[in-house]
Design a protein around this ligand. Structure first.
Ligand code: DOR
Length: 447
């Protein structure tokens, strides 16, 4: 039996335009988008979207869901639920789990687990190391989002620092290569210097001086030079400095770019002034930097040198985060609050709704060549989000869905709320409640 949902009278935000329309979903797909669609089948579920905005679900290209091995922090089920509550309908998860996803076998175990428990569509990245090139070369690019390389160490000890290996990977793999760029030697030197200066008790405010703009620029520019030399397809994750934005170009349409960039919510929202209040809760790698860096990130995002917005959702327990600067791990949970944070920036006049949709849904779809998702188009998968732009709520412990139970946004009031999230045509989150886990799919790639 065909399952039908008719969304009536939504402002549909898609492909640079917003217009009032009705959207009919049949089974897992968008069947039609018209000014007005009349009800033909009495068993159709009708959602009255008067005053609501319909967006394609966000495709988050960088999350850490911690499963397997680190499930005291988070797991695929808990975080994918938080993700759909936040309007994210597909995610790409990172390999720094335990064990690390550095063999096809480990990678496929993650896919199997997600198939059982995830609330959103999923893909997992293969991890590169100093010694797994042979395994990397076996990965079929049609089945996996890409290869992740840590060119600076972070949670999980996955540093790739053998330059010969790096060049070989860049030369030989047909996979999209995503990189974490921070120069290890600069970080090490800075850590040593500040540890001596502060006798081990470094204030969190020094984080962006230790994981410095120079460390980011040195590493990103090296990765980009190597990609240019080898012809590799490079995607630079979480650009955090103004200097790095100058390394990217907006001359080509995204589909033709060989070098692309991502910016994360925390680098668009926080600045180094926030360390005083938030402490290690906003300790991320790369670090949140200055107001000027944030402005330059916004500029590069809006002029299309930066292509996508993601979360780098990286939960740790509060107990872990409350340790001293050197002991507290980097990263924080974001998937539940990313889209509403962007909508807050829309309210502040920083970004249009159409641009939010471009950077969170259309562009990840183009960049990763994701099949049939990321747009509100007939024949595409019904991964959709309804938002109320005028329903203020405050982030509190009681309304946080992350397993770790905290958020760097606690106490923040957002004007907008997600009212419904649909994944493959199933309503999985509605009016601040989860309904039921629906159909979820492994992302497929048109490559
Ligand atoms: O802050 C971060 N945390 N940056 C990363 O690159 C890794 C992440 C994590 O996994 O905790």
């Amino acid at each position: 039996m065909t399952k039908r949902i008719l969304i009536k009278n939504a402002t549909v935000v898609n492909e640079g335009k917003s217009r009032l329309a009705d959207v009919l979903i049949e089974n897992d797909k968008i069947a039609s988008i018209e000014d007005s669609i009349s009800l033909k089948h009495p068993d159709t579920r009708v959602i009255n979207a008067d005053g609501l905005y319909l967006l394609p679900g966000m495709i988050d290209d960088q999350v850490h869901f911690r499963e397997p091995g680190l499930t005291h922090k988070a797991d695929i089920e808990s975080e994918s639920k938080a993700a759909v509550a936040g309007g994210i309908t597909s995610f790409i998860e990172m390999p720094n789990t335990q064990p690390q996803a550095v063999t096809i076998d480990e990678l496929e175990k993650k896919y199997s687990r997600a198939k059982e428990v995830s609330w959103a569509n999923y893909s997992f990245m293969m991890g590169g190391t100093n010694d797994n090139l042979e395994e990397v070369l076996k990965v079929d690019p049609k089945t996996v989002a890409g290869l992740k390389l840590f060119l600076g160490s972070s949670t999980g000890n996955m540093l790739v620092d053998d330059e010969k290996v790096l060049e070989e990977i860049f030369t030989k793999t047909p996979l999209l290569i995503s990189v974490h760029c921070e120069d290890e030697n600069i970080i090490k030197e800075n850590t040593k210097k500040y540890t001596e200066e502060y006798n081990g008790d470094i204030p969190i405010e020094k984080h962006p001086e230790i994981r410095s703009a120079e460390a980011c620029y040195t590493s990103s520019s090296k990765a980009i030079a190597l990609a240019k030399k080898t012809g590799a397809r490079l995607h630079v994750f979480h650009v955090s400095t103004g200097a790095e934005t100058k390394l990217f170009s907006n001359k080509l349409p995204l589909k033709d770019k060989k070098i692309t960039a991502e910016v994360c919510i925390h680098h668009l929202w926080f600045t180094d002034k926030d360390y005083a209040e938030k402490g290690t809760k906003i300790k991320w790698n790369p670090a949140v930097k200055t107001k000027k860096d944030r402005e330059q990130l916004w500029e590069a995002l809006l002029d299309n040198r930066i292509d996508v917005i993601a979360t780098d959702h990286a939960p740790h327990t509060l107990e872990e985060k409350n340790r001293t600067y050197l002991e507290a791990p980097s990263g924080g949970p974001l998937v539940q609050h990313a889209l509403v944070a962007l909508l807050e920036m829309y309210h502040k006049g920083k970004i249009s709704l159409e641009k939010i949709v471009e950077k969170t849904a259309h562009n990840p779809s183009i960049l990763f060549q994701i099949k049939d998702r990321g747009y509100i188009r007939e024949g595409y998968k019904a991964d959709l989000v309804l938002v109320d732009l005028n329903a203020p709520w405050t982030v509190k412990k009681e309304n946080i869905f992350y397993k770790c139970g905290w958020s760097p946004f606690e106490g923040t009031t957002f004007k907008s709320r997600i009212t419904h999230t649909m994944v493959n045509g199933d309503v999985v989150y509605e009016k601040f409640n989860f309904t039921q886990r629906g159909k979820v799919e492994r992302l497929a790639f048109d490559r």
